[in-house]
Design a protein around this ligand. Sequence first.
Ligand code: GDP
Ligand code: MG
Length: 204
Amino acid sequence: MGYLKILVIGEIGSGKSSIVYRLAYNSFTEKYKATIGCEFGMKSFCIDGDEIKVQLWDLAGQDRLNLVSRVYCRDASGAIVVADLNDRESMQKAPLWKRSVDENISGADGNSIPMILCLNKVDLVHQDKPSESTLRELANQHGFLNAFCTSAKTGENIEEALEYLIRSVKDRIIKTMCATESILLNLEDHTKKLESRRSKKCCS
Ligand code: GDP
Ligand code: MG
């Protein structure tokens, strides 16, 4: 497997660049630096003995929802939608970010690509953190595979969230490959039958 392209999207200030920075360099900075253009972060995972390299695409902060383009989405295997848990608007916009990707891309099997929701800056929440069941409900309601409370600042759940997404992407690739293989085997079988029927006709 080469690189997997994973999109990191969401409202400005939700912590997208900080999450990519945490994953790529295991580090965090409080200093706000608006992302210009598109930045990349690389991360390698070892999953069930396979080394998987992930290329994280961090969309420019100033881009708006309606500017998530087909070019940006091309060949993406999955996406992380980031929302600031302490910012109502950032939370409300998360499903719209998901939909903007759904409108631009579908995987090889024609379904939407796997996406998870990261409710970031959980280190700033001291009471009423969303429970596991609330997170699951939120994910189900909006078509995410799962939702996680994360903190780029402390690193809480950041690797876990990405690993979950990568496992789902891997499972999906394997399923697509198996489906393709079975189509090819059927085709091969069918061709053999046709050939044998044709050769019988020739002999008679
Ligand atoms: P982006 O616009 O989505 O890329 O957001 P940034 O990664 O630039 O983060 C915006 C601001 O939030 C910066 O000042 C970060 O230091 C801060 N920030 C990002 N993630 C966290 C987090 O998990 N916890 C806290 N406390 N601050 C964060
Ligand atoms: Mg940024």
